[in-house]
Ligand binder design. Structure first.
Ligand code: ADP
Length: 190
């Protein structure tokens, strides 16, 4: 399998690019944010639990997120690989993912980061908030809180994957097509 982690700050364009990459490389796209939002919409127990954290821009606890992610992976036994979007977001999630994949004789092939400046990203999110209906996109304080969560808990993952020689970064500023090309160049050379 080819297992790719799409990495980047909120608003970096992970979800947008995942839509193209999943088609091009026949990967199963797993967005933890989308799965949580689906559960919130359907008022499941998981959704109710996640909502309190998400609305504030806090991360959902690792235990809940890891369990959910594993069950989504289990639903796709015959896939050519996974495109992880929004997961892992903490070192403990990354370690749990490695252990879980190892139990299936699989590994993370590569992590690719979409890079962009915070100011551009905050503006993108506020813009998205006008149409997405996402509470966490509509308030600058909540957005800033998500960046704080990212800096504290998610940024250390760069070192984690660099140590494994699995970290790649592309410029996340440009047209959607340009960025798809940059990501594809990395994947084609893995
Ligand atoms: P964005 O990248 O724009 O913040 P996502 O849809 O990926 O959007 O995530 C939205 C929210 O969902 C996060 O702020 C967090 O509350 C929750 N979430 C998503 N993925 C994870 C994760 N791996 N661990 C913990 N919480 C998560």
């Amino acid at each position: 399998m080819t297992n790719i982690v799409l990495f980047g700050k909120p608003g970096a364009g992970k979800g947008t690019q995942a839509e193209f990459l999943k088609e091009k490389y026949k990967l199963t796209h797993l967005s933890t944010g989308d799965i949580f939002r689906y559960n919130i919409k359907n008022a499941t127990e998981l959704g109710k639990l996640a909502q309190t954290y998400m609305d504030k821009g806090d991360l959902v606890p690792d235990e809940v997120t890891i369990k959910m992610l594993q069950s989504e992976v289990e639903k796709n036994p015959n896939t050519a690989g996974f495109l992880f979007d929004g997961f892992p977001r903490t070192i403990s999630q990354a370690k749990a993912l490695d252990v879980f994949l190892a139990s299936k004789n699989e590994i993370i092939t590569a992590t690719i980061a979409l890079e962009a400046d915070d100011d551009i990203l905050v503006a993108r999110l506020l813009d998205r908030g006008k149409t997405s209906g996402r509470i966490d996109d509509q308030d600058e304080d909540k957005i800033r809180n998500r960046y704080q969560e990212y800096n504290e808990k998610t940024a250390p993952l760069m070192g984690y994957y660099k140590e494994q020689n699995k970290f790649h970064a592309v410029n996340g500023i440009g047209t959607i097509d340009e960025i798809t090309v940059r990501l594809s160049d990395v994947i084609d050379n893995l």
